[in-house]
Design a protein. Sequence first.
Length: 306
Amino acid sequence: MNYGQKNSTGFGVILILISTLGFSVYPILGKYVFSGGAGLTTVLFVRFAITALIFWVITIWREGFPRIPLKIWFILWGMGGIGYSLMAGLYLSSVRYIPASLAALLLYAYPIIVTVIAVLTHQEKFSKFKFFGLLLSTFGLVLVLGVAIHDINTLGVVLALGSAFVYATYIIIGNQVLKTTTPLVTITLISTSAALTYGVIGVTMSGANWNLAWSTWLGIGGITFFSSIVAMLTFFYGMKLIGATTSSIISTLEPVMTVIFAVILLNEHITLFQAAGGIFVVMGGILAVLSPAQNVIPEVNSNSTL
């Protein structure tokens, strides 16, 4: 590897770390804005509307107006308007009922769910790596939940695990779509359709609270800027430099960062068993990503696009 390649790899790692940091503060900021009186519809409509506007400017500037088949347009709109918006809503809603640290650990069951779905639908071949990854992740979830299940809000757990399942399905579909379009176009259309979901359906049907303190708006701005625009852009550009597998592995630091921030900023507490369980969940996901079995679908390269 020459000096230029080393610099490129190092810069790619930095970009993925920035992305991971941005995604890791998402549930932390969610806790903050909810305590300030913001509703889910308000937060996610503002997040996706501004994100979509910025990405449209970047997309047209870099690639011109997207020229893709009508079928792909509909698939991407469905992914954003239904899949991504549902996943984001479930994940953010879960922190109303359970600690942000626990929500992040439960969300990271999604890599192994991706593997299970891919194997059951014959899109990937099974392997010992995947088997041990499944065992580790399952054991980790038992540790995270089983030690103090009587003290954990069941609805919050269901919401967090639901977001992991929806996200896994989203990734399986996204891996097929990314064969025919660029990552920038993909996230632009997904953000746009998610904004329409929360704007047209959410705001119209359930209303939105716009009378918020400036500090709460600042938190929503943080979700929009750091956990959406910066996090998504740095992830996809970092992935171009170091590849999907390495990016996915580095991104497993996300729940670790979330736990650290939750302990420091929100004074949350996590038991030794839950911390160990979180490590097993992450390790299981890494084993699934590193599996040498031949894949029928391409590598999962949509990690952490929350």
